[in-house]
Design a protein around this ligand. Structure first.
Ligand code: AMP
Length: 282
């Protein structure tokens, strides 16, 4: 395993080991790695000769100072986990200054409206931060393939749009969601939950799984009412949003169309910790 803390050192190393025919696979993360992150790396390793993972808690995508301050930082154990996969993986863990060069601000992006739905509504500026860091990292690493989780499905669609609009020569690959045995989607933020909260958080996956069952016979409104009721009854969990949306446009589903693919998206707070999940409905 090779660790680089500056883009200069990383680029110089990549230039020395790659040529036009070596494929570079890239997995951007914010660290506190779990099996979901590692599954992206494994997918990358199947298809690329050189594999890079970045670990960088990107300040410009946080709209909440407490969320940023409390985001888990576990570089040593992250590196130990990466080593269990292979010794040849390249880790890029830059400082904020190395990436932002003194100007820690996001650039504005237009993602054709994808940025105005769900996470974009509830986390103002979030996708400008995501667009800024992903574009920057793509410019540094110049990957052939980049791997993103469907857990952040809106982000995945936005990164695909970023690549398309900026004509960046990278293939963006979506990877399935890894879950805890009780169904809770793995997330770095789960580390902040108590054991009790982690157990109870199974309600999120249970509810969206029920929503998927209902989707065969019920309208989006009926399903949304059902989900609202579930969380109204809960004393531990507060629903921020539940939305059934078209997978491509991310616009809310008002009337179901047989030709469209739909997905349910959910964001829930437990004790100020924000958890998101998503499931394909048809
Ligand atoms: P993060 O470190 O949370 O920014 O996530 C880095 C990448 O890992 C993103 O592409 C996420 O979508 C992906 N990821 C996060 N959680 C999971 C999960 N449970 N299963 C699969 N991929 C995930």
């Amino acid at each position: 395993m090779l660790l680089f803390n500056t883009q200069k050192e990383l680029v110089s190393h990549l230039n020395s080991v790659s040529n036009e025919t070596t494929s570079i696979g890239f997995v951007p993360t914010m660290g506190a790695l779990h099996a979901g992150h590692l599954s992206l790396l494994e997918e990358s390793m199947k298809h690329n000769a050189i594999n890079v993972i970045s670990i960088f808690v990107n300040p410009t995508q946080f709209n909440n100072a407490e969320d940023l301050a409390k985001y888990p930082k576990t570089l040593e154990s992250d590196i130990a986990k990466i080593k269990t996969l292979s010794d040849s993986i390249i880790v890029f863990a830059p400082s904020i200054d190395d990436i932002y060069e003194g100007k820690t601000v996001a650039s504005p992006f237009n993602f054709d409206g994808l940025e105005h739905q769900m996470e974009g509504k509830f986390r103002p500026g979030h996708f400008d931060g995501v667009g800024t860091i992903v574009k920057r990292l793509f410019e540094i690493v110049k990957p052939n393939n980049a791997y993103f989780g469907e857990k952040d499905f809106q982000q995945l669609q936005i990164v695909k749009k970023l690549v398309e609009k900026n004509k960046i020569p990278v293939i963006v690959v979506g990877c399935p969601i890894y879950r805890e045995p009780n169904g809770l989607a793995m997330s770095s933020r789960n580390e902040r939950l108590t054991d009790e909260e982690r157990k109870k958080a199974a309600i999120i996956y249970q509810t969206i799984t029920e929503a998927r069952k209902m989707f065969a016979t019920k309208s989006a409104k009926e399903i949304t009412d059902f989900v609202n009721k579930v969380f109204d009854k809960s004393t531990d969990f507060e629903l921020e949003y539940f939305q059934i949306a078209d997978e491509t446009t991310l616009l809310p589903c008002l009337r179901k169309s047989k030709t469209k693919k739909y997905r349910a998206f959910i964001a829930v707070f437990v004790n100020k910790i924000r958890l998101i999940d998503t499931i394909s409905l048809n």
